[in-house]
Every structure is written in C-alpha cells, then in structure tokens.
Design a protein around this ligand. Structure first.
Ligand code: PMP
Length: 344
C-alpha cells in the first residue's frame, strides 16, 4: 500500500486562509495591537483571487457557466490576473479589456497567463464605444456563453469577502478584533468583511481608506456625488471616480483620505521594518492607521486588523523604484541623509 502524496490538486486550493501577522516595528509609536491580514499569500499574490474564484464558482453553481465558456472583465490589475489564473485551471477563455495606460509589464503578464487582452484608449469617456467599458460590454453581448464579472457592480464581490475574509479574521482573532482598517476600491473587501464582523459584534469599528482625488469619503459623509473631489492620483486600486454598488456604505463607520506620497513612503517602511514586501495600497492602509491614531481612534487595548491587499512585486517600476519616486517629487521633502540610510 503506497502512502498518499501530500500535495494540493491545483493552485486554486491555496486561495484564502491567508495569515494574520503581528506588526511590530512600523507601529512602534502607536497605541494598540496591530495585525496585518497579508493577502499577498494568495497564489495570485492578491485579495482578488478570492473574488475571482468565488464569482466563477457561483456562476457554475447557478448553471450560468459551462466548460469552454468565456470570462470577461475590464481590468489590468489584480482582478485580471486572478481571473486569468482561475480560468486556466477551470478551462475557460479569459478576455480582459484594459486601458492603454496599463504598463507593458502588466499586459505581458496577463497574456502569459493565457488571457486575451484588448488594449483600449485611456483618454475617452466611459460611454465612448472605444472605452474599455464599452468594449467589454460589446464582447460580452457578442460572445455566446460569456459572463461579465463587472466587479464594481457585482454583489458577489461583497459575498466573497463575507464568506471568506470575514470569518477568517473572526477566527484568527478569536473574536477579539476591535477595529478593521481596509482600503476601498470596489468596496467588496471592506463591505463583505465588515458585514460578517458586525453580525458577530456590532461594536467593531470599520475604518475605510480612500485616496485624495476620489469621491468615496465625501459620498459616505453627504450621500452626494461631488465631481469636484475628482482629480488624477497615483495609487492604483484605491478610491474611485464613481459610486460602486459593491460598496455597502452603511457598514463603514469612518473614512480617511491618504496621499500618494505618504502611502508610497509607508509601503517602503513596511518592507524595511517588517520584512513584508507589500503593494502600494498596503502602504495606504498603514498610512491611514497612523492618521486614525492621531485622531485618537485606538487605545492600548485595541486589536486592530489591517488588510494588506497585494504584493510589492507588482510595483517594482513604481514605488520601489528610486527613479520613479524622484520623478514624482516624493523625495523632495525627505531629508537626503535620511534617504541615504534607507536601503532598498
Ligand atoms: N488594493 C489593491 C491593490 C486593489 O487592486 C484593490 C481592488 N481595486 C483594492 C486594494 C481595494 O479592494 P476592493 O476593490 O475590494 O475595495
């Protein structure tokens, strides 16, 4: 009798159950106990693996998808990578309509993962027939047996986190979590995780992170869409210029805005001080923690979980490039001797 080999059946079995890791040095001068939910441990290196797998599984369960069908989405970011990965294992075609602003590296990576990538002009409005929204919609209409993931307007995005991220954090903290700090893009992560946690304990504070240049914080406070809030910014995946229905604003107690510059420096600080090589929005989430602490959100007994959405490797030519940081003017306010001491 041969012993059973200890192996996973495929890469998808590794999605979820990411570790909670105590933050020790980046939080040195802040009251409270801080734990990072490190989503880079997903096989696709981001939290988006969860929604890709969950939405596709759900479509299969409802009989909407069958082998050989096509998955369509508008993204060059993490969601695109995760959908391509899930499509490979489950035998679907994956079509991604991306903006011409996307880096060549990202497009090459998606094509390597078997996706068919349509590069659409960035400088046209969403309703222009050449925009990536219109192209994805048209491809969906023209492709028999296709589903359009539409993550900003898909409730299953929230459900994915309600069923996975929320219960994991509750279990890992043994119910002792007092605060959740999470970035909001589509809003799926914060809304789904919060919905689960608030059902368990309505006193848990849900703290959202938004970007300067995005409308989410203002909308949360006024319920009005203020286009004056919108201007270009650098952080990818955080904030939005529209109101996603995948955000349940009632679940969020408070939003804070973070800047491109401080978030970039804080991401580098996390790598340097914790040995965790994280993405730009992890820096944004940690920057938000610092700002919330200044507002007196935490006490020494608080147990704060901060979601770190993805891995640093996707940002080598951005926040982890000194040239890029210099071009953005992000070293201008840094003491040059301090900067030299920073070994990256
Ligand atoms: N960080 C990164 C890097 C992302 O790609 C996203 C998704 N847009 C987020 C944070 C925000 O997550 P969510 O869409 O669930 O709000």
């Amino acid at each position: 009798m041969r012993e059973e080999i200890n192996a996973y059946n495929n890469v998808l079995e590794l999605i979820g159950n990411t570790p909670l890791i105590k933050l020790n040095r980046v939080t040195e001068n802040i009251e409270g106990n801080f734990y990072a939910k490190v989503e880079a441990f997903n096989p696709g290196h981001s939290t988006k693996d969860r929604i890709a797998l969950y939405i596709i599984n759900e479509a299969e369960r409802r009989g909407i998808l069958k082998p050989g069908d096509t998955i369509i989405e508008t993204t060059s970011g993490n969601t695109g990578f995760s959908l391509a990965m899930v499509s490979i294992i489950k035998g679907y075609d994956c079509i991604l309509a991306v903006s011409s602003k996307s880096s060549k590296d990202k497009i090459d990576m998606l094509r390597t993962m078997g996706a068919k990538v349509y590069v659409c002009p960035a400088n046209v409005s969403a309703d222009d027939k050449r925009s990536y929204y219109s192209v994805a919609k048209r491809l969906h209409e023209e492709t028999k047996g296709s589903i359009y993931i539409n993550q900003y307007f898909n409730d299953l995005n929230i459900d994915a986190h309600y069923n996975t991220t929320g219960p994991e954090i509750w279990e890992q903290t043994k119910g002792q979590i007092t605060h959740l700090v999470a970035c909001s893009g589509t809003g799926g992560t914060i809304s789904g995780t919060a919905r689960f946690l608030k059902e368990k304990n309505p006193n848990i504070r849900i703290l959202g992170v938004d970007a300067y240049g995005s409308v989410l914080k203002k909308y949360h406070e006024t319920k009005e869409f203020d286009s004056e809030e919108i201007y270009p910014y650098r952080i990818e995946g955080l904030g939005k210029n529209l109101i996603p229905t995948a955000t349940d604003f009632d679940m969020i107690d408070k939003f804070i805005k973070v800047s491109d510059e401080e978030s970039a420096h804080t991401a580098r600080e996390i790598s340097r001080k914790e040995g965790l090589f994280v993405g730009y929005t992890s820096g944004a989430a940690m920057q938000a923690v610092k700002q919330f602490a200044e507002e007196g959100e935490f006490t020494k007994d608080s147990n704060i979980v901060v979601i770190f959405p993805d891995h640093g490797s996707r940002y080598m030519s951005k926040i982890y490039s000194d040239e890029w940081m210099g071009e953005q003017g992000f070293f201008d306010s840094v003491n040059i001797e301090e900067a030299q001491k920073i070994e990256i």
